[in-house]
Design a protein around this ligand. Structure first.
Ligand code: AMP
Length: 289
């Protein structure tokens, strides 16, 4: 596996593959890799002849009070994981490479970026949209892979690719979970043993809400309130729990009539956790994702 740290080395690494007409898949990450990231690599390998992974802890998507400085950066271990997963090119730019002096352009996706996590992490999705746009333009892959774990992020990226006419297919990959249901996340490393025991309650509550809504699509208010109460009772400090349309993220007020998603963000001690699960629009409709 070749490791490059500048966009010109990235272009040089990609050039022979592009000349040969080989399909290229891109997997952007912030490192501290786990089986969730590896599912993206596996999906890319399934569809693309060549896979490029990026590791970049993007300062523009962290608010000043967030965990940028303490975010885990086990670079050597990450590179070994990528290599053994069959990644052939790893791009690890520095912050200066991505944002040289006088950098002043931001990509902002209206609407989709505004609620849910966007309402609680001001500027977060502008930072995500900006870095992903740059990574996509620098590498110009055929396909790029993102997790449903960050569902709002996935929709923001799909929208920016459409809006900016980037000729890249965005592929969403279902969330990889621990056997007890906890969604894998680099931030799970922050959890104490006691918090780790509580953490799976988040996915359990979301699944229960989704199942109840599939049986009773008109119970949106009741289930939202029940979900919030159960999360609080389990010991989470809840940022939000909401039922949203799975495509537009518009709030579902009373009745689930189309595919929806139950999404939540909570704090457990010093750790912020997010998760989401699908709600099929009628009991007869197979569950997706
Ligand atoms: P991150 O390193 O947290 O920025 O994540 C990089 C990519 O991996 C994003 O597209 C995430 O949505 C995806 N990802 C993170 N955790 C998971 C998971 N548990 N299952 C599937 N994809 C994930």
């Amino acid at each position: 596996m070749r490791v490059v740290r500048t966009s010109s080395d990235l272009k040089e690494g990609l050039a022979p593959w592009r000349r040969a007409g080989e399909r290229i898949g891109l997997v952007p990450t912030m490192g501290a890799l786990h089986a969730g990231h590896m599912a993206l690599v596996a999906a890319a390998r399934g569809e693309c002849r060549r896979v490029v992974a990026t590791i970049f802890v993007n300062p523009k998507q962290f608010a000043p009070n967030e965990d940028l400085a303490s975010y885990p950066r086990p670079e050597a271990a990450d590179l070994e994981i990528l290599q053994s997963a069959g990644v052939e090119l790893a791009y690890l730019p520095t912050a200066d490479e991505m944002y040289p002096p006088h950098f002043s352009t931001m990509v902002r996706v209206g609407g989709l970026s505004e609620g849910l996590c966007g309402a609680h992490r001001l500027g977060h999705f502008d930072g995500v949209a900006t870095v992903v746009t740059k990574l996509l333009i620098q590498s110009l892959p055929d396909c790029a892979y993102f997790g449903e774990k960050d569902y709002q992020q996935l929709l923001v990226i799909r929208r920016l690719v459409r809006d900016l006419d980037l000729p890249i297919r965005i592929v969403g990959v279902p969330t990889v979970r621990e056997p007890d249901g906890l969604a894998l996340s680099s931030r799970n490393l922050y959890l104490s043993a006691q918090e780790r025991r509580v953490a799976p309650e988040l996915s359990r509550v979301l699944r229960d809400v989704a199942t109840a809504l599939e049986r009773e699509p008109g119970a949106v208010r009741r289930e939202t309130e029940r979900g919030l109460a159960e999360l609080t009772h389990a010991g989470f400090d809840v940022e939000y729990l909401e039922i949203r349309d799975a495509e537009s993220l518009a709030p579902v007020r009373d009745l689930v009539t189309a595919a929806a998603r139950v999404l939540a963000a909570v704090h457990l001690g010093r750790t912020r956790l997010i998760d989401n699960v699908p709600v099929a629009s009628s009991p007869a409709t197979a569950r997706r994702g």
